[in-house]
Design a protein around this ligand. Structure first.
Ligand SMILES: [Zn+2]
Length: 434
């Protein structure tokens, strides 16, 4: 991801670039995004491979010398059917056979301390789109804003905040699903010790998980931090300040929320910010595989913007009219620092204290259960590795391949909500652990 972020930053058109230069930069971003996806696919197959994206955007791949990875344990052949009521953003997977569930129950019941690591796949069932999953935004070439791009210019920050402002209402209104509810029950019953989440949506908290036992590895969109003095504020307050400063945008969002075509908004969210968008705008949640929502309502907002017709791409995608005039308030504490959501963007490093705590939890458990995460980002993969190195077992529930499939003791391609709900309701895990 680092390489992708760096190349993407390099491909940004400079101030005052001509239209042709901007198109060339957009093409370069598209080529590199495609290469990054290919690289990601290869890294999932072989976490130890060392291929990199070359300067021209091509992928230099040495022949694989290791044995091909064994097929995912529990890969099932029966066709998957989308159950009624399943959120459009969620992937589809067949139910986990009972005997496989019993294996997982055995592992949990036999463990002294279980740590669960969650990713975007846990929130897709709350209709928050995934970026890496099958059909996720990355499959369309979506590239999120990097930390350096965000810090580079006030214009970039204004663009980020405009989209984030538009998407916040819907993102903040997302409700926990069966996965969050069940995990909160397993935490309270003592079957799960801690949850480390890569998600920035606060849904574990909303489901009633004890806050001190949920570690938000990549931060949260519900807090905003000043990049100069470090002062933290509540996102709802910042949202109100943005609305006061930008009455036009606020009115637009209110109109969209009243019209409400949620499935359409999410469909657009999955396509929004595609590779042709050299401005590389970010999702409402920022980096780390979480977040989302910003693009959705923003595109809907653009759709509904009667007077200013949004740019439409040949494939029907909507491109936002640049909002150079979108005003972002400075920090209220120091009066001048730029405000950023308290999340880890791509190219940014994970907060050292959180990183260390996550490492301690992974190395101190005897079962690490990864749910709804491809463990693609290093900050998550290293936890799987730390757990294994310390002698713990690794179990994975994820639709699709993960970077740690080769390390897993147990793996199921199943939906997070289904598996966790069946775990929490299992007779052996129903009563609190003694
Ligand atoms: Zn400040």
């Amino acid at each position: 991801m680092q390489a992708q972020a760096q190349l993407q930053a390099e491909a940004e058109p400079r101030e005052g670039a001509t239209a042709a230069e901007q198109r060339a930069a957009a093409d370069a971003v598209a080529a590199r995004a495609a290469a990054a996806r290919e690289l990601q696919r290869r890294q999932r197959q072989d976490p130890l491979q060392r291929e990199r994206i070359a300067a021209d955007g091509s992928l230099r791949v040495a022949p694989l010398t290791r044995a091909p990875p064994r097929p995912a344990v529990g890969a099932q052949e029966q066709p998957a059917v989308r159950p009624p009521g399943l959120a459009p953003a969620a992937p589809v997977a067949p139910p986990l056979p009972q005997e496989r569930l019993e294996e997982l129950v055995d592992m949990i019941a036999a463990s002294r301390r279980v740590v669960v690591i969650t990713g975007a796949g846990v929130s897709t069932e709350s209709n928050i789109p995934d970026y890496r999953g099958p059909g996720g935004a990355y499959t369309t070439g979506f590239t999120p804003m990097t930390h350096s791009m965000f810090m580079k210019s006030a214009d970039n920050r204004a663009r980020y905040w405009y989209r984030s402002f538009c998407g916040w209402h819907e993102f903040a209104a997302a409700r926990p699903n069966a996965a969050h509810d069940s995990l909160a029950r397993l935490l309270r019953a003592g079957w799960v010790g801690e949850v480390v989440t890569q998600n920035v949506d606060r849904l574990h908290h909303k489901a009633g998980a004890p806050a001190e036992r949920v570690l938000e590895l990549h931060g949260t969109t519900h807090r905003v931090v000043c990049m100069a003095c470090g002062h933290e504020s509540c996102r709802h307050e910042v949202q109100a300040a943005l609305a006061a400063l930008n009455p036009g945008a606020a009115e637009l969002v209110a109109r969209i929320m009243a019209e409400s075509d949620a499935p359409g908004r999410w469909r657009r969210a999955l396509r929004a910010g595609t590779a042709g968008d050299a401005r590389a705008v970010a999702p409402g949640g920022g980096g780390g595989g979480g977040g989302g929502g910003g693009d959705a309502a923003a595109d809907a907002a653009a759709d509904a913007a009667g007077g200013g017709e949004p740019l439409r791409r040949p494939d029907g995608d909507v491109e936002l009219t640049p909002q150079a005039s979108f005003a972002v308030p400075p920090c209220g504490a120091c009066g001048g620092g730029p405000l950023k959501p308290a999340v880890t963007f791509f190219g940014d490093s994970v907060d050292p204290a959180r990183k260390e705590r996550a490492q301690e939890l992974a190395a101190g458990c005897d079962l690490l259960l990864a749910v709804g995460t491809s463990l693609t980002v290093w900050s998550a993969f290293r936890l799987a590795k730390a757990a294994k190195d310390a002698g713990a077992r690794l179990a994975i529930v994820c639709v699709g391949d993960t970077r740690a499939d080769g390390l897993a003791d147990w793996k199921a391609e199943a939906l997070a909500g289904e598996v966790l709900a069946r775990l929490a309701a299992h007779p052996r895990l129903l009563l609190p652990r003694v």
